[in-house]
Design a protein around this ligand. Structure first.
Ligand SMILES: [Zn+2]
Ligand SMILES: [Zn+2]
Length: 382
């Protein structure tokens, strides 16, 4: 269901003066706290790590899926036993009676990329459409009070609809990041089993760095969630900008998410995501359905510059390349991307290889998108 890397996010160059390295290399009593920072006694943590049996990747992946999807209670700020109504339900980030309906096959399935249990690579997989693009974020009562307008009304491009959709993307991303931190904390003590001390130190430093980065991005997303929530409640929607690009054509690929503006559509780097002293700015994107085809919808905070730069770079793309490049961007960046089986089967081998490769890229390092001669989608924007 999610692009969970079987390795920490980024392999870090280890400096020997790093406090964790110095601490790990000195002699240590069995009952002292472990060097890795787990808070456990050394004898119960890393003392015999090298002799431990490595955990098979398939088992790690299935355990982390379990952790990821466990219910964490209703995310609504007023959530309590008296205000919540019903159990926490699976909220759709892509509407059931909207975009998802366009890509479902006759057996009720849609396609997406999912990790296989042998090597963690992402491969094409089918899933029932009721399970596609969901997250267990809200009780039934709060889900309906916040988002029912999205499921009830056809998409027209009205600003309020765009902001509500973006708000749901923010909640989904927040849920995923919180779950990801739990997964990383769990994973860091399985990945270095049976490894020598040097490898253990590298693994632990790398995880510590990733977790720190994720905690920061959860804090940023939480602030963004609060901005959306208060704007929606107080009807101050001008805090946000929305921009819709309507197109005609077959809605074969749908995608919905919010992420930090690291690069624009021509590959310019806007911010260094590994510099934790800088606050990231985020852009929401969604693909919506209309009678003629669909729309790509961007929403961002009016006060922020980076998202504006990303959308301007999209605007500047030639109309005939917009659909192709946007779909590349989705597969590269967004695991919440689903597609029709008929579309996948109809792609050329070359295009299929490209999509497969983008879906398996965990760190996009920039570089201009180049549109395919043989377009991925037939979306016409003029
Ligand atoms: Zn330890
Ligand atoms: Zn609730």
């Amino acid at each position: 269901m999610i692009k969970l890397p079987p390795q920490p996010f980024k392999v870090t160059e280890v400096d020997e003066t790093h406090p964790l390295v110095v601490n790990a290399l000195r002699d240590r009593k069995h009952f002292e706290l472990c060097w890795c920072g787990s808070g456990k006694k050394y004898k119960k943590c890393h003392r015999l790590r090298e002799q431990e049996t490595p955990c098979p990747l398939g088992q790690i992946l299935s355990l982390q899926q379990k952790i990821f999807w466990q219910k964490r209670g209703c995310m609504h700020p007023q959530a309590s036993p008296t205000t919540c109504n019903g159990r926490v339900i699976d909220s759709h980030t892509i509407q059931r009676k909207g975009p998802l309906e366009r890509i479902v096959d006759e057996t009720g399935h849609v396609m997406h990329f999912q990790s296989n249990s042998t090597d963690g690579e992402l491969g094409v997989s089918k899933t029932g459409w009721r399970k596609a693009s969901v997250f267990p974020g809200y009780c039934a009562g709060h889900d309906s009070s916040l988002f029912s307008q999205l499921e009830r009304e056809p998409f027209t491009g009205e600003h309020r609809q765009c902001v509500l959709q973006a708000f749901r993307n923010v909640c989904n991303e927040l849920y995923r990041k919180q779950a990801l931190i739990e997964v990383l904390k769990f994973q860091r003590h399985l990945m270095d089993r049976g490894r020598n001390l040097d490898e253990q130190i590298n693994t632990q430093i790398s995880y510590a760095k990733s977790i720190k980065g994720q905690i920061k991005s959860v804090e940023e997303l939480e602030r963004l969630r609060v901005s959306y929530e208060s704007a929606i409640i107080q009807n101050e929607l001008e805090t946000f900008v929305s921009k819709c690009y309507f197109f005609r054509g077959d809605l074969d690929v749908v995608s919905s998410s919010v992420f930090q503006c690291e690069f624009d559509f021509v590959g310019n780097k806007l911010v260094d995501m590994w510099d934790l002293s800088i606050d990231a700015e985020s852009l929401s994107h969604s693909v919506m359905n209309t009678d003629e085809g669909g729309a790509i919808v961007f929403v961002w905070l009016r006060s922020e510059n980076a998202p504006n730069a990303v959308v301007t770079s999209f605007d500047n793309l030639p109309d005939e390349e917009k659909g192709d490049i946007f779909v590349q961007y989705c597969f590269l960046n967004c695991e919440n991307t689903f597609f029709a089986e008929r579309w996948w089967k109809g792609l050329s081998t070359e295009n299929r290889d490209q999509v497969q490769c983008f879906a398996n890229t965990f760190f996009y390092e920039g570089g201009e998108f180049v549109s395919n001669k043989d377009r991925l989608v037939n979306w016409s924007f003029n």
